[in-house]
Design a protein around this ligand. Sequence first.
Ligand code: HEM
Length: 450
Amino acid sequence: MTPHPPGPRGLPYLGSLPAYRRDAAQFLTRTRYEYGPVAKLRMGPYTFTLATGSAAVQHVLIRNKENYCRGQLYKQFELVMGRGLLTMDDDEWRPHRRVMQPAFLRSALAGYFPSVRERTEQLLMRWERHALDGTPVDLVAECLRLASAVIMDVLFGFDIDDRAARIKEVVDQSIDVMFPHGTFQEMLPLWVPTPRNRRVKRNREQLLELADDVARAPAGAGEMTLDSLLRAAARRGEEGWSREELRDEILTIYLAGHETTATAMAWSLISVANEPAVRERLSEEVDRVVGQRSVEYADLESLPYTKAVIDETLRLYPPIWLFPRDAINDDVMDGYRVDAKTSVLLSPLLSHRDPEVWSNPEAFDPERFLAPSGRPPQGSYIPFGLGARQCVGNAVALVELQAVLAMITQRYRLEILPSSMLRYGDTLISLRPMGDVFARVHVRDGNGVA
Ligand code: HEM
């Protein structure tokens, strides 16, 4: 009989739950190194398979994808996002993705660029005061504000800025709910009036209010914007989307689209600030290609090193560092048994640091993405997932990240203050830097060093 994969035994009854709760990323990393690319984990009553090798990742997301559904862990996401592209299973998902896909095609990107640039210029202007008086900026908060404004502006023509601070709090609390911490409270159904459940409901109501405002706002220009595609889907009479479907898709795009991008943006700026050789090469490229004029969409393909910095950021600090599937039937993966109705965990963080694929995996080295040896094997670089359910917004995110990095590099050099805690770890959320990261802003003279 096919064996189960090897894995830590953990404690009686609890299995590895305490270790996971103490520091999920560190515990899973250790498990990967001790037990290999497919490992079995027991956490309380649940069994998980941790699949980090490229063959196992391909198996789940491409070759035998029919056997894997979103599963139990994605149900947590539904408490916040409702049923949208991210949480739906394939039958329900396919027609929704078909409706929304045109807004994310490469041909749409050039049209989004002016908004990305305008919002980034607002950030650069805000930072002028900090550059003058030497007060540091709160980097993660700034990135969240920018990414939130961009996604709402670009895809819905909606200005969220005046309520950004209030929504940020709701989003932070909601995201915390989406990722299980393995507590008893989480196991209680939503109708039990625990403080956690009351908070979940209150936050969901506030997010739905926001989605309603977006749906009610005057329609933006153009037939292929996400805004008009969603409105058209909702207008299609009997066959059309319900108000709930429309609201859930708006929330899905907003929540899935801005927090992830902001996290990557923050890590790219931190990494560049802390790696003088990378900073020098990046500044040289931006100065040579763009100089003092405005960054244009057409410039992006002439900024390969800037793009490589983003690729490398997404390798070392993938914002979605862990995502799940549930096996529908018993399966054999990479020679090991996976039981029906158990969860499989895919981890960009672990796959991206696999020493069998990546040389010197812990180093921040954008050059690896420019090397002629080309891209790593399929399944070993998955910041946006893989296969049919790959991130719908990946091209939008990449354009935004590359443009923002180029524009900030053109104007400023950042100095990360030593008090900032530059590690991730006890967060089960996305891979945000832990705690606050403060940066001092220095104006560059445009001819090299600041
Ligand atoms: C750096 C930024 C981003 C990262 C790292 C990221 C990561 C991911 C990952 C890993 C998945 C796959 C999850 C799975 O297979 O279970 C995913 C799916 C998704 N992402 Fe992103 N994402 C980013 C930006 C965006 C943006 C900008 C949007 C929207 C504009 C977006 C919307 C979505 C949606 C709707 C899905 C579900 C797609 C589907 O199943 O059809 N994401 N993302």
